[in-house]
Design a protein around this ligand. Structure first.
Ligand SMILES: C[S@@+](CC[C@H](N)C(=O)[O-])C[C@H]1O[C@@H](n2cnc3c(N)ncnc32)[C@H](O)[C@@H]1O
Length: 311
């Protein structure tokens, strides 16, 4: 184990929902510091873990080689790795880990100065490239859609004006610039750059499209009666999970305004394990305030074929 391990969120609830047993194989799609994986291994099941961040491997050293392996891949690719209908459970703990957030050099935090990076993986577009190269309309869209930032156009305009003379390279530099562009803090409860940083991080890591593809990959990878558990941290993510499960469980008419059109006549491929979402207990909140907005949704795979989007 390394310094500052991530405190696993909703751990008891996730283990209850997955109900791991000896002989089962569970996919932990977001290994992080391995908190879920350790609890699943303790339940006697085998784990195939995924993390796109190569540094996650430092938390895997002491795990039993005969029942565990870690794959450095995106979780949208789990079915390619484990095959169709091959596993008894899939869990996703969506978002960044405490290690990623707290290490200044990763560039996720506007409170700790570091390079404007924000990539979970070791490759792909950095936050600096996104901020310095995206055209103004697209930048405003990213800030509005992924950050729910009402001042998205104002911030995008200011960034584009300034970057021509001096490209952005550092986290604190960008945070202070956004704060200034919005006219200071004006008694705001959160830092004025919070929403913009969330938006840039989501765009850099393609987090929402990964989540959609990950859910579809889990549908392919799970055996009948296999369980899917997803923990999310904000409403954009939770909405995707809620909609996916409602549609696949036959609770929302396919092709409604909440969901893409699907092949007519598809049988429900999931049934909900419980209605709605579970949140943290008072005890967990007290121990780990970062769990505040966490939500768990869970469902059981039926024997129905995988749904395919209509052409
Ligand atoms: C919130 S942490 C998981 C913490 C973990 N449950 C634990 O108990 O330690 C999320 C992890 O998922 C990884 N991750 C996020 N999106 C991913 C994706 N699309 N594919 C693979 N890993 C991803 C991140 O790199 C991060 O390490």
């Amino acid at each position: 184990m390394s310094e500052r391990p991530h405190a696993p969120v909703l751990l008891d609830e996730v283990v209850d929902a997955l109900a791991p047993r000896p002989g089962q194989t569970i996919v932990d799609g977001t290994f992080g510091a391995g908190g879920y994986t350790r609890a699943i291994l303790q339940g006697g099941a085998s784990v195939i873990a995924f993390d796109r961040d190569p540094t996650a491997r430092r938390f895997a050293g002491d795990l039993p080689k005969d029942r565990f392996r870690l794959v450095e891949r995106r979780f949208s690719e789990i079915a390619d790795e484990v095959g169709e209908a091959g596993v008894d459970g899939v869990v996703f703990d969506i978002g960044v880990s405490s290690m990623q957030l707290d290490e200044a050099e990763r560039g996720f935090s506007f409170l700790r100065d570091g390079p404007l990076d924000m990539r979970m993986a070791a490759s792909g577009q950095t936050a600096a490239e996104l901020v310095n190269e995206t055209d103004e309309t697209e930048l405003a869209r990213i800030l509005f859609v992924y950050g729910e930032e009402r001042e998205s156009r104002r911030i995008a305009r200011a960034i584009v004006r300034r970057r021509g003379d001096q490209p952005f390279t550092r986290t604190v530099e960008l945070a202070e610039f956004i704060e200034h562009a919005l006219g200071g803090r004006r008694g705001a409860k959160i830092h004025p750059a919070t929403r913009s940083f969330q938006a840039i991080r989501i765009a850099v890591n393609e987090e929402l499209s990964e989540l959609e593809a990950g859910l579809a990959a889990a549908e392919r990878a799970l055996k009948p009666e296999g369980r899917l558990c997803v923990v999310t941290f904000h409403s954009l993510e939770d909405r995707i999970v809620k909609t996916f499960l409602a549609v696949r469980a036959g609770r929302t008419p396919a092709g409604s305004r909440h969901a893409p059109p699907l092949a007519a006549g598809a049988e429900p491929s999931f049934r909900l394990l419980f209605n709605g979402a579970q949140g943290p207990s008072a005890a967990e909140l007290q121990a780990n305030p970062r769990a505040r907005s966490a939500k768990l949704r869970a469902a059981v795979r039926t024997a129905a074929p995988v749904w395919r989007a209509a052409a």
